[in-house]
Design a binder for this molecule. Structure first.
Ligand SMILES: C[S@@+](CC[C@H](N)C(=O)[O-])C[C@H]1O[C@@H](n2cnc3c(N)ncnc32)[C@H](O)[C@@H]1O
Length: 229
């Protein structure tokens, strides 16, 4: 698809206002996944962490991070102006939060961070570009720093893949998404997203220089992992 990222941006600009009211109906255990990802951060509660939230959307993951790490300084990056607008209202109580509007691939990663966190974004970046991108994240982390990511994945096993997809469809339907909306979601996923097999992801992180990585949770096609510098 030509200009895949333009298409993705257009969708999120349009959906920003409603995002919080439907995303948890599309992603199984969305809120729990955000919570567990942040809980797995290995830092002391009062540490003054420097954290980037990549593709922050309306700010849900960043807010979770602030809940557990009140002294964390957050930089929230997103290419959708409307998503950032929504996030800014939620972060009014944290005026030191920095917002950067633009493509995560073009952000200046020259400063050092304790953690890079992201949820349901990086499946947009594909192949060799993703490894190059992970190298930038690795460089931006302090030694001992961590990268935490929640995303959608695929499996090489066709039977299992169908099982995961069926589970996903059931989840969306049971959560009130009309059949035409479910079909729309799956079509959009096929056109815009580039999910990988989780083994590929872990090997990409290794190639990018991460010392270790581990899958924190996996729920059919959704998973969260951590990688340490
Ligand atoms: C599915 S939403 C997830 C938002 C948030 N992380 C969450 O879990 O609630 C994906 C977000 O990533 C942003 N995004 C996707 N690709 C991006 C890119 N290349 N650069 C910056 N933002 C991007 C979209 O604008 C959107 O806000």
């Amino acid at each position: 698809m030509k200009n895949r990222f333009k298409e993705i941006k257009k969708h999120f600009e349009k959906e920003a206002k409603f995002f919080d009211s439907f995303f948890y109906k599309i992603v199984p255990q969305y809120r729990q996944m955000l919570e567990i990802l942040v809980q797995s951060m290995p830092f002391e509660k009062n540490k003054k962490l420097k954290v980037i939230d990549l593709g922050c959307g309306t700010g849900n993951l960043g807010l979770k991070a602030k809940e557990y790490y009140p002294h964390a300084h957050l930089t929230c990056v997103d290419m959708s102006e409307n998503m950032i607008k929504m996030a800014k209202t939620k972060f009014e109580k944290y005026p030191d939060t920095v917002f950067w509007h633009g493509d995560i691939r073009k952000f200046d990663y020259s400063k050092k961070y304790d953690a890079v966190i992201s949820s349901m974004v990086l499946h947009h970046v594909e192949g060799a570009e993703k490894i190059k991108f992970y190298k930038k994240l690795h460089k931006a982390l302090k030694t001992g720093g961590i990268f935490l990511n929640i995303d959608i994945f695929i499996t090489k096993d066709a039977v299992l893949q169908k099982f995961y997809t069926d589970k996903w469809i059931s989840f969306m339907s049971e959560n009130g998404l009309a059949l035409n909306k479910v079909k729309e979601m799956l079509l959009r996923h096929k056109k815009e997203d580039r999910p990988v097999v989780i083994d590929w992801e872990l090997s990409a992180l290794k190639k990018a220089g991460f010392k270790s990585s581990d899958i924190i949770f996996k729920n059919f096609n959704f998973a969260g992992y951590t990688a340490k510098k």
